[in-house]
Design a binder for this molecule. Sequence first.
Ligand code: HEM
Length: 534
Amino acid sequence: ATSRDQNVGRGSGGELHQTAEGEIPALTTALGTPVSDDQNTLKIGERGPSLIEDFHFRDKIFHFDHERIPERVVHARGYGAHGYFETYESLAKYTRADIFQRAGEKTPVFVRFSTVAGNKGSFDLARDVRGFAVKLYTKEGNWDLVGNNIPVFFIQDAIKFPDLIHAAKQEPDRDFPQAQTAHDNFWDFISLMPESMHMIMWIMSDRAIPRSFRFMQGFGVHTFRFVNADDESTFVKFIWKPKLGMQSVVWNEAVKINGADPDFHRRDLWEAIQSGNFPEWELTVQLFDQDFADKFDFDVLDATKIIPEEIIEPIPVGRLVLDRMPDNFFAETEQVAFMTQNVPPGIDFSNDPLLQGRNFSYLDTQLKRLGSPNFTHLPINAPKCPFAHFQQDGHMAMHNPVGRANYEPNSWGMGPREDPRRGFRSFADAEQGQKVRLRAESFADHYSQARLFFNSQTPPEQRHIAMALTFELSKVQTPAIRERMVSHLLNIDEALAANVADKLGMRKMPNPADTAVPPRDDLEPSPALSIIEN
Ligand code: HEM
């Protein structure tokens, strides 16, 4: 028999018999032409040459050649799931956002968890921040709460983001390491950025090697605003708390798991949801007014700071349940486009310079990654509420204006109109000042909250931080970088600095790093941060 006979199973029967019949539909080209033979290209004679007339072959190979889109510039490796958000009770006093008006309201959501630095094919249990991006399809448009599993960030101003990410990802000449913080470029940059020290304490902690996505907290990080129907604003920080509590692995386990099963976290989420074990988080909010912001020890616009939970207790306002895996990873998890700028009426931004920069960056990067301004037409990105606008055309346009009118105002009485009553109104904050490139003095204390976090950890957790710092810095080959890091640690905890310096074999302790503002040691540790529930 020829290979053709074997593949199409002419006369052979059983599972080799793969031609269309009965319930099995005919294979077609992308344009619907039924295909008679999917095993052989069209040739002159059995031994060729091949013919470019073979439109089925060209259709198939052309499409295959274009399957890849650019991976995300950060957070390339991720895993998503569908579910819903259920509102506990009305928050109308604080916000006019429709999602928070009625107790029991259920809003569909899509969540994508991710690592930050590794490429798309990297392993799950890298020591890294985890993305916790939630798209809530509200009745007044999509709300994207694009957060992380750590409540603070490395930098205070978005203009440093490209530098941070360049330093964290592969070094450009050698293209390694793929997914680790342990290299000279990363620690060089960090050691030159004292504002990153609080975040460094968190990523050297067990938080950066979570047992699975189901055991992580999520944070909106920035201060946002709620705005109510009377246009009154309340500042808000968003925190997701896992119903299962928090759990991490230890580094030893992480290294073994990465070798044995690099898909450990995605497999965990898949298996939990497929077996009906739906993970759940509670959304809590920390609410405060301008008066509190003015009196708080740190600037509420500084994304390297938290508001400790015993100063403002997080109030539960709803729950998130993930109960369905995507039908197709690419269509949903890969093409989902999160953008911090997506907020419904009643939720607004603060002047946090990191958030303001993100609001520009995400729209821009989605266009690059998805290739057309019509990425909002993809089902995973489209709102699930009615929408009407005059945007038209562009690559792959699926929704164009219907009828004659594609502009506003028009004399034809056609098309949608602005709605001053229900539409999004920015909070009318009074702004005044000189146009400058400066950082406020209120952003200058980089060490006090790093110490607060370290002190809040239990002794085993503190040991893990010391071990992580030692391991990471032992991979750094430039002595000056190690010394700079130890000089920062001296401003956080002297015993920690001495321990790390000793393990690194450093003969002489460096001086503590210069500080713009001396670190405070009168801050109370935050017990809420130290709890690792089992
Ligand atoms: C992607 C969180 C800061 C630019 C993401 C994702 C998350 C995230 C969770 C992945 C979204 C997904 O799953 O598709 C954060 C947090 C930040 C932060 C919590 C700070 C608090 C920034 C800054 C910039 C930035 C300052 C730039 C100025 C990007 C870009 C992507 C991204 C370009 C890729 C988006 C995509 O291609 O889908 N970020 N990020 N991020 N972030 Fe951030």
